[in-house]
Ligand binder design. Structure first.
Ligand SMILES: NC(=O)c1ccc[n+]([C@@H]2O[C@H](COP(=O)([O-])OP(=O)(O)OC[C@H]3O[C@@H](n4cnc5c(N)ncnc54)[C@H](O)[C@@H]3O)[C@@H](O)[C@H]2O)c1
Length: 158
């Protein structure tokens, strides 16, 4: 799931820092993106130059400190409230105060994650990431603290 979000975001032109738990997992995730990009070139949906530019916007790390300057942090880690809360506690101490935090959870309440972010979690839901054939789709919805939608952006990667 995380590699799909990273690929769609980089395809949309954003610089993306991908954080994994260890180097093997990181290379595995980036490898999946490399395959998707190569496939897009093979099928003529993307030029090699475009694929290279997308790949150059993806920066892998295992160190939370590399997230420090991010404007938006999207979590797509294992579906465990304990793990997600542990992760946010650490990220909250590192990432700049004006950044938005987003969760890609399927089943957990957003407020249970927000509770450990020192009052600075902006309620953001990554509403859907789907694969239609080889296409990827990501919708990011931004909510205020009264749970009213205030912005929505859809990103696509073919
Ligand atoms: N919104 C949607 O449409 C949608 C769809 C599917 C899954 N999800 C959600 O996405 C999340 C991930 O799902 P999945 O099926 O890919 O899970 P998964 O367990 O297959 O993969 C989780 C990945 O996160 C990594 N990880 C664990 N802890 C980490 C940490 N602290 N930092 C960085 N990486 C870490 C793991 O190494 C693994 O590679 C879950 O919360 C799931 O509910 C949402």
């Amino acid at each position: 799931m995380g590699h799909g979000i990273a690929q769609v975001s980089a395809t949309a032109g954003y610089e993306v820092v991908v954080r994994e738990v260890d180097d093997a997992k990181l290379q595995q995730g980036l490898g999946k993106i490399d395959k998707q990009l190569a496939r897009a070139v093979e099928k003529g949906r993307s030029s090699q130059e475009e694929a290279d530019a997308i790949r150059a916007r993806l920066h892998g790390t295992t160190d939370y400190r590399d997230l420090a300057d991010c404007d938006l942090v999207i979590e797509a880690i294992t579906e465990s409230l304990e793990l997600k809360r542990q992760m946010w506690k650490e990220v909250t101490t590192i990432v700049k105060p004006e950044a938005f935090f987003a969760t890609n959870t399927s089943t957990l309440a957003v407020v249970d994650q927000a509770a450990v972010t020192d009052g600075r979690f902006t309620l953001v839901a990554v509403d859907a990431v789907s694969g239609f054939g080889d296409d990827l789709y990501l919708e990011v919805k931004l909510w205020n603290r009264t749970l009213r939608p205030i912005a929505s952006e859809s990103l696509y990667a073919e």
